[in-house]
Design a protein around this ligand. Structure first.
Ligand SMILES: *[C@@H]1O[C@H](CO)[C@@H](O)[C@H](O)[C@H]1NC(C)=O
Ligand SMILES: *[C@@H]1O[C@H](CO)[C@@H](O)[C@H](O)[C@H]1NC(C)=O
Ligand SMILES: *[C@@H]1O[C@H](CO)[C@@H](O)[C@H](O)[C@H]1NC(C)=O
Ligand SMILES: *[C@@H]1O[C@H](CO)[C@@H](O)[C@H](O)[C@H]1NC(C)=O
Ligand SMILES: *[C@@H]1O[C@H](CO)[C@@H](O)[C@H](O)[C@H]1NC(C)=O
Length: 427
């Protein structure tokens, strides 16, 4: 019997529901893969692959009949269907999300796709606060080439309703809440113009991607919201973040293990925990971090400015090198420059050991502005593995308070300093 397009679609939805119902086993598998950074199984052919194909086209989710844009009707199905259809179409395929509020549960946008998919986000997607719906993340886009997400719309994670369920400050192996926008195995993509608001956990997680540009994006959550990192990058290369404003409750940008060729320019961060490399060494088999360039950025009232953090009791041996910071202005930042090889948030790390992380060839050039504490520069490296090739050039950060001045603390750090405020030239 030949199935009609509609019947196939119904089958596809049933499959999705079944997958959701059997999510527990999948969850364990996913977790392991995410931590180990292992390649996930490619699975291109879903039942939808046989549906009608179209050569280039536009899909407006507000016209699907299933989704009203009133912030109440559940638009998950309409969006999943739009993705399935766009992904199997040829040429440039655009999913239009026009002005309006669209409530959705988890969205699984998996490729590979036949053509190139653009998501034109002009409305607001609201992440459901029904936690039973989530296996891991909210919007997860996987194995897509030439992905574009653009527009003036917002991805609103509705975090304030669930942040109280985050126990990560108390428990080392806590259950993590859903990240808002997750890009896995994306080759060549652009995310531009959109706003990410109040994620339940990280706002954006970039994992095993190559050639992705994030530009003119705004990320916003309260300074005291838990683990609401702005953009986390791991196991990726050729990532550019530019012209982006981030104010969150954790790192504005964090660059995890396996990251290479990362350029960050024209980023404003604050409130937040700064632009961080790390944490490094927490899990087994972490890969090196190298060729990281942070230029023309501003940090405002952040708890850290430029930070490299590694666990003292690191599980894996890796090297972080060729890290260059240039033309960065600090406004009232608590720790403008900090390398911390004794990192242990909330003091709940496993038993002490010695670090297996090597940090070398790190340059700070033309770092200006103000520090809200006297300790503007802290280079706290390990006695077993000192930091080497650290250069401080023209580091001129002044204390913003009264009756004191900025100072530097160096432990096991080797390198050179020139043109810095005298008290900051601790090398
Ligand atoms: C997402 O969809 C792909 C294919 O459609 C499937 O292989 C994968 O298991 C799904 N992932 C989740 C988390 O549901
Ligand atoms: C990604 O972009 C680079 C540079 O433009 C290009 O060389 C490469 O072929 C592209 N890869 C894919 C899979 O489109
Ligand atoms: C990063 O910037 C440098 C120049 O500052 C450039 O040579 C390099 O190609 C850029 N990398 C990426 C991934 O854009
Ligand atoms: C130093 O960096 C600031 C931005 O933080 C910039 O305005 C200034 O031009 C830079 N100075 C030099 C000499 O490059
Ligand atoms: C200046 O700051 C340092 C470091 O916090 C502190 O130890 C010292 O007591 C301060 N000096 C004054 C005069 O407050």
């Amino acid at each position: 019997m030949a199935l009609s397009g509609n019947a196939i679609r119904v089958l596809f939805i049933l499959v999705i529901l079944c997958v959701a119902a059997h999510g527990k086993a999948a969850e364990k598998k996913e977790k392991k893969e995410e931590k180990g950074g292992k390649d996930k199984e490619a699975d291109a052919e879903g039942p939808a692959a046989e549906g009608p194909s179209s050569g280039g086209g536009e899909l407006d989710i507000s016209k699907s009949g299933k989704c009203k844009g009133d912030g109440k009707a559940d638009c998950t199905e309409a969006l999943e269907e739009a993705w399935a259809s766009a992904c199997k179409g040829t040429g440039k395929q655009t999913i239009q999300i026009p002005k309006g509020d669209y409530l959705t549960g988890p969205l699984n946008f998996t490729g590979p796709c036949t053509g190139d998919v653009t998501i034109q986000l002009d409305g607001n997607l609201l992440g459901s606060t029904d936690m039973a719906l989530y296996k891991s993340n909210w919007i997860e886009i996987m194995r897509v080439e030439n992905l574009v997400i653009s527009g003036k719309g917002t991805l609103d994670g509705q975090g304030p309703k669930v942040w109280s369920k985050n126990a990560c400050a108390k428990k080392y192996d806590c259950k993590i809440l859903p990240n808002s926008l997750v890009l896995d195995f994306i080759t060549n993509g652009t995310i531009s113009g959109i706003t990410l608001l109040n994620a339940k956990f990280f706002h954006m997680n970039v994992f095993q991607c190559k050639g992705v540009t994030i530009e003119d994006v705004t990320v916003t959550a309260p300074g005291d919201s838990p683990n609401t990192d702005g953009i986390h990058i791991g196991d990726s290369s050729g990532i550019t973040i530019t012209g982006t404003t981030i104010g969150v409750g954790d790192d504005c940008i964090s660059i995890g293990p396996g990251s290479t060729k990362i350029n960050i320019t024209g980023v404003t961060c604050g409130p937040g925990h700064g632009i961080s490399i790390g944490s490094l060494g927490r899990y087994k088999d972490e890969k090196d971090v190298t060729d990281i360039n942070v230029k023309d950025c501003t940090l405002k009232k952040a708890t850290n400015g430029l930070r490299i953090k590694s666990y003292q009791s690191a599980e894996s041996s890796l090297t972080a090198s060729e890290i260059h910071y240039e033309n960065v202005n600090m406004e009232d930042v608590a720790n403008p420059i900090i390398i911390d090889m004794n990192y242990c948030p909330n003091k709940i790390c496993p038993a002490k050991g010695s670090s297996h992380v090597t940090i070398k060839d790190v340059t700070f050039k033309n770092i200006t502005g103000t520090s809200s504490t006297p300790e503007a520069v802290s280079l706290l490296c390990s006695d077993k593995l000192p930091c080497s090739g650290v250069e401080l050039n023209d580091v001129k950060v002044e204390y913003s308070g009264k009756n004191n001045k900025t100072m530097a603390v160096c432990k096991n750090a080797k390198g050179t300093a020139k043109g810095c405020l005298e008290a900051l030239a601790c090398l």
